[in-house]
Design a protein around this ligand. Structure first.
Ligand SMILES: [Zn+2]
Length: 314
């Protein structure tokens, strides 16, 4: 949620919900456009996500069937770590094992044992959305630091929690090695700042419109220190839809998972995330989970962790 900008709605108001099967169509469209070849092939065969979800998952051996509704019975990591939890065993393409096998289903809530809390703001797996406010609402990370990366902002917006800062440093350095300039355009945002930001939107655009562009106070990932927005060196298209075509966004979309980040609000997934496409907003969830999501073609953390869609505030 950058929500600093005024360009996140309108241009991305795709008619994803105009069909009776809106969500399936949306997911299928986005997935088919993704680079997950096996997934696209599967969709091309005419199968929908409903069928996918009903299939026996082609999952790693330690994973129970996803049909066991894992979201209501979180699996606790066993005392002896599963071999598959070793990051060194993560292959970029484990889902592609045989041309005759279907890929792992997107409803992969059982992708990994619930290693971390989904509600603790200090957990890398915290999921904040319009159905899941921060508790406490005025949470402040205990380990805010300023990462040693190229900054486009100062003050609190230049801060991240220490884990995210370290990952950002590694990612920015890797991007730079490939000639891609990346800047920190917006990092931590305190509850009081979010109050000002949100109220500003409400005053200028009304609450309904504000809710499409800015998180309500207590609902912003930026308040957790786990998320930040990127820009590029020239500021081209900052916080605008065309940023998706900029090298920084293109590189991040393809590589961020290697450093533990996901593009939190992907294209066409606003019926699930509650926000239109934000190619600049990255969220740290850890290398293991981010890689697993990328490998399996799962686009949102809501789907990955088996949580309900959060298109709007209750
Ligand atoms: Zn953001």
């Amino acid at each position: 949620m950058c929500h600093d900008c005024a360009a996140v709605n309108g241009a991305f108001s795709e008619p994803a919900n105009e069909t009776a099967a809106g969500e399936t169509v949306t997911l299928g469209t986005a997935a088919a456009g993704a680079t997950r070849r096996s997934f696209a092939r599967f969709l091309a065969a005419g199968a929908g996500l409903t069928a996918l979800a009903a299939c026996t998952p082609d999952a790693p051996a330690q994973v129970p069937p996803s049909s066991s509704a894992p979201s209501t019975s979180p699996t606790v990591a066993s005392a002896s770590p599963s071999p598959a939890l070793d990051p060194t065993t993560v292959s970029p393409t484990p889902a592609i094992q045989s041309p005759t096998e279907v890929p792992a289903p997107p409803s992969a809530a059982a992708a990994m044992p619930r290693k971390f809390s989904l509600t603790d703001p200090a957990s890398p797996w915290l999921v904040v959305n319009k159905h899941r406010p921060l508790v406490p609402a005025a949470y402040v990370p205990a380990d805010l630091v300023q990462p040693n990366i190229r900054l486009a902002v100062s003050g609190e917006a230049a801060l991240l929690n220490s884990t995210t800062a370290a990952a950002a440093e590694a990612m920015f350095a890797a991007a730079a090695q490939e000639g891609v300039v990346m800047t920190l355009a917006s990092g931590y945002r305190s509850h009081s700042t979010q109050v000002s930001t949100y109220n500003g939107y409400v005053a200028s655009r009304g609450q309904a419109d504000a809710d499409t562009a800015s998180a309500r106070p207590g609902y912003s990932e930026h308040q957790t220190g786990w998320a930040f927005d990127i820009g590029d060196g020239g500021g081209a298209c900052s916080f605008q839809p065309c940023f998706a075509e900029q090298p920084a966004a293109v590189w991040a979309k393809a590589n961020a998972y290697r450093f533990g980040f996901v593009v939190r609000y992907p294209w066409m997934f606003h019926p699930i995330t509650g926000y239109y496409y934000e190619p600049w907003h990255l969220r740290y969830i850890g290398v293991e989970a981010a890689t697993d999501m990328a490998t399996r073609g799962i686009n949102t953390v809501e789907e990955y962790f088996g949580l309900e869609a959060a298109p709007g505030y209750p």
